[in-house]
Design a protein around this ligand. Sequence first.
Ligand code: HSE
Length: 439
Amino acid sequence: MKEILVGLIGFGTVGSGLAEVLQVQAARLAKKVDTVIRLKTIADNRLAALPERFNDVGFTKNAREIIADPQINIVVELIGGIEPAKTFILEAIAAGKHVVTANKALISQHGAEIFAAAAKAGVEIGFEASVGGGVPVIKALKEGLVANRILSIMGIMNGTANFILNQMTDHQVPFSEVLKDAQAKGYAEADPTYDVEGIDTAHKLAILMNIAYGMNVSLADISIEGITRIDPVDIAFAREFGYRIKLLAISRNHGEHVEARVHPTMVPENHMLAGISGVYNGFYFTGDMVGNIMLYGLGAGKMPTGSAVAADVVDIARNITHNSINRVPSLSFRPEHLTPRRITPIEDLRCPYYFRMTAVDKPGVLSAISGILGKNNISIESVIQKSRGQKDAVPVVIMTYEAEERSVRAALAEIDSLPICTDKTVKIRILVDKQDGVK
Ligand code: HSE
């Protein structure tokens, strides 16, 4: 039986996961794939040697030995970050190797260059594990939903941020302590600001938008807000109003322009995305033919992500065997049909809002605030003002009807400059999912 040989660069959490998946599932894969997939060499310059269970696999500290090995068909890059990962991938492509990567930062920012190089060289790029860990979200969009115009993408795409918000909700644990726990469990990025500031989520949204809409959105086009200003008090108020606070990626397809945003969002508690807890991810797409569809699963971790990388390796092995390389284009759309789209400016967004002002507790405060909101065409749906133990200032919580972001920004700038307001207003957008009639 023909052998497909794999070289792995990077033996960290996901790299060791891939090696274990291929080892544990070897007999099962032999029944599904008509070639033998063999991990030939692993490169990692931080290690002295591989663990004993991999003594049938070659080891080197030098990634270029893998790239230069004429026997290796597929190079798997799992070192992360932009460089040297990008150089290794481009060199592997130039050497005629197929490439598999889990590198969302790289694919979201340099995907166009990498896909073009791969198409030119007639090799494949697999990047399933770059979004959603073990959840086969990219394959679902590229193949399962190929016959749909994707109308919207929404999702909880960062397990660490979701875990933090959940722990804050369920156990009133402070933000910093929960983050340490997520890092210890291996979910958080090397730089956890990527998780909590929404950057990791934005990387994933960019990749999904490019596949869903056939475009090349750049990270700079995405409006990004993280969860660092969310306080347990906001979580408690959200619950009172029947919402859960989630870090959501949202993109709606308006045809000639598309929304692209990542921010904390109040999700109605009866919406499917509100029920995604812990480090789980949820991807909620609306297609014009299929309607609403949700994929749910572990978005991080050694074995789930290893299983997604292995799936790409298997796809490529099957395509090599059946002479069908690039049967499915990298972004599903054929490269000549990728179309630039305008990104909807965030100022044009219309949705209901939650505001938590911090104001002194004295007569006239509410009327001053509501006057400014009214002047900016922002209509109040409900107000809560109660002391939660604060002495000098109290939270004034306002839920609004649908308002325009531009007006909200103008109103809050004015409100925050009032002497009666002692801290910057916390603003959280509220999800209205008209497509499934939740609200
Ligand atoms: N840091 C990411 C998360 C890992 O927490 O979801 C997967 O991209």
